[in-house]
Design a protein around this ligand. Structure first.
Ligand SMILES: [Cu+2]
Ligand SMILES: [Zn+2]
Length: 189
């Protein structure tokens, strides 16, 4: 910086060039810094679409930060009461009954169960309650998932999110006997 200030070129064109170069380098440094910042938190939002002739809709957000993923689903149009929500194998919601999303996402070959129990699928998020208006919310934070890391035992990208008509009993294999599929979202960018 001092050198730049003390430098007195004979030709003003050189000075101009130096200033322009300095500006470009500054812009690059600022640009790199803000890129690093945006890598700290990765957020993916997906939309739930109605299935099985339901009117269920909503959004789900996966936010990855410091090695943990926070999942928030906001669901509308449900029958009041308790509903299961799982991550299923495929991001394919094309079937009218949501069956195209496949079974529960289970990359570690465990039994179906309650999240945090001795055995459970990586997709076994659990149950949540819809209020009298049919609105429900569920949150889960875990270091057992990632968003786009490529580790097959952790990566939710390319999977499907399914909301069920009924309640997960955490016992029945391999589905939890949660009933029909009333909403589906592909977990894709
Ligand atoms: Cu399910
Ligand atoms: Zn399961």
């Amino acid at each position: 910086m001092l050198n730049l200030l003390n430098f007195k070129p004979k030709c003003p064109y050189i000075m101009k060039k130096l200033i322009v170069s300095f500006a470009i380098i500054t812009a690059l440094i600022v640009g790199c810094k803000s890129n690093t910042k945006s890598n700290d938190a990765k957020t993916l939002t997906v939309a739930l679409e109605p299935k099985s002739n339901s009117t269920v809709a909503g959004t789900a957000t996966f936010t990855e930060k410091n090695g943990k993923v926070t999942f928030v689903a906001k669901v509308t149009g449900l029958e009041p009461g308790v509903h299961a929500i799982h991550i299923h194998e495929k991001a394919d919601c094309t079937a009218a009954d949501g069956s195209s999303a496949g079974g529960h996402w289970n990359p570690t070959f465990k039994k179906h169960g309650k999240w945090g129990a001795a055995e459970y699928h990586k997709g076994d998020i659990g149950n949540f309650t819809a209020d009298a208006k049919g609105n429900g919310t569920i949150t889960l934070t875990t270091d057992e998932w990632c968003v786009g890391c490529g580790d097959a035992t952790k990566d939710v990208l390319g999977k499907g999110l399914i909301v069920h008509q009924g309640t997960d009993d955490f016992t029945t294999q391999p589905t939890g006997n949660a009933g029909g599929r009333v909403a589906c979202a592909g977990i894709i960018k």
